[in-house]
Design a protein around this ligand. Structure first.
Ligand code: SF4
Length: 331
């Protein structure tokens, strides 16, 4: 199946400049060579600690940032070419929508729900004004709200209801892809469960694809087809959710997954380093419980191993696996 979204070797560096001549003093490698695909009606879960580059990646796909290097394709067309044409740019803005973490601050507090959901129709000159209200009511119904909410302001709604309004607004223009950046993290567990079901129902009914960013592995497990684990701007492991949850292999994935098993929690040493000073070799070596000499000297490549992609010397180098240093099954 042709991918709807494809990233090829995407990098995003931020240059820290100082002094009168604006000399570059530091380079923050926030995204450093990321490649993946999302097909129609599929969900890619993206996990990693704060500071690993998840939100920057979302902004690159939404064309809010330009990549420093690499290519992004949407519907087989290169994103920079799409953005250079007024008509294609408009289609892209309709086809790719976003839902963000804080449901309340994502909505204009001075607008009623009706106007909030109407806005995309007006901006994109979709529908005649008499039809818009009908479509707004339909959208409210789709996300489990009703006409009573039309005249309410965001502060009169609960967190879950506000997020439903955000989802209704994102659905207004029948998008193909929705970038969900931690959309459930500020909500309680019962509301999270209901909204996950809503996301799955919408995917089945409207064939929407999601890039679902979350630090909550239980949410990712329920919603994802494939999962990408990122650390300091690079991919550690890229696998189907089933493979990843049945047997996490990369030491960083094992540490993240151990939080799901009571009494078996593993902790990475220290803090995530700054992207302006990433460690040499494997960027996880300063925190990895399995780090070896080679890890400090040589960067592991992202290679195929057991039906997944993994970047770790333990799996890339048969010498280590043959000597049983390979920590499969440690967790
Ligand atoms: Fe750990 Fe080395 Fe693998 Fe990096 S390459 S994750 S430091 S074992």
């Amino acid at each position: 199946m042709e991918p709807l979204l494809e990233l090829k070797g995407v990098k995003k560096y931020f240059f820290v400049q100082a002094g009168f001549f604006k000399k570059t003093t530091k380079v923050a490698k926030v995204i450093d060579g990321v490649s993946f695909k999302i097909s129609e009606s599929k969900t890619l879960g993206l996990v990693g600690e704060s500071g690993c580059g998840k939100t920057t990646l979302a902004r690159l796909i939404l064309a809010l940032f330009k990549p420093t290097e690499g290519e992004i394709f949407f519907n087989r067309a290169r994103l920079d070419r799409i953005l250079a044409t007024v008509y294609l740019r408009k289609c892209f803005r309709k086809d790719v929508q976003a839902i963000f973490q804080d449901p309340v601050s994502s909505l204009n507090p001075r607008q009623r729900v009706e106007n909030i959901i109407k806005e995309p129709f007006i901006v994109h000159e979709e529908s005649h004004s008499r039809d818009i209200k009908k479509r707004v009511i339909e959208l409210l119904g789709t996300v489990g709200l009703n006409e009573k909410f039309l005249k309410k302001f965001p502060h009169e709604l609960s967190g879950g209801e506000n997020q439903r309004v955000n989802i209704a607004r994102a659905l207004a223009l029948k998008p193909k892809l929705i970038i969900c950046d931690e959309p459930l993290s500020s909500l309680d567990l019962t509301i999270q469960a209901r909204l996950i079901n809503l996301f799955l129902d919408l995917q089945r009914d409207f064939k929407i694809s999601y890039l679902f960013i979350s630090h909550d592995l239980r949410v990712i497990e329920r919603i994802s087809d494939d999962v990408l684990v990122m650390y300091l701007g690079k991919i550690c492991e890229y696998a189907t959710w089933r493979d990843l949850y049945n047997q996490p292999l990369h030491p960083y994935t094992k540490i993240l997954m151990s939080s799901l098993i009571k009494g078996k929690r593993l902790l990475a040493k220290g803090e995530i380093p700054s992207p302006t000073e990433p460690p040499p070799g494997c960027n996880f070596h300063t925190r990895c419980p399995f780090a070896m000499k080679i890890c400090k000297e040589e960067e592991p490549k992202l290679l195929s191993h057991n039906d997944r992609l993994i970047s770790c010397h333990l799996y890339n180098n048969p010498k280590f696996c043959d000597n049983k240093i390979c920590p499969e099954g440690v967790v």
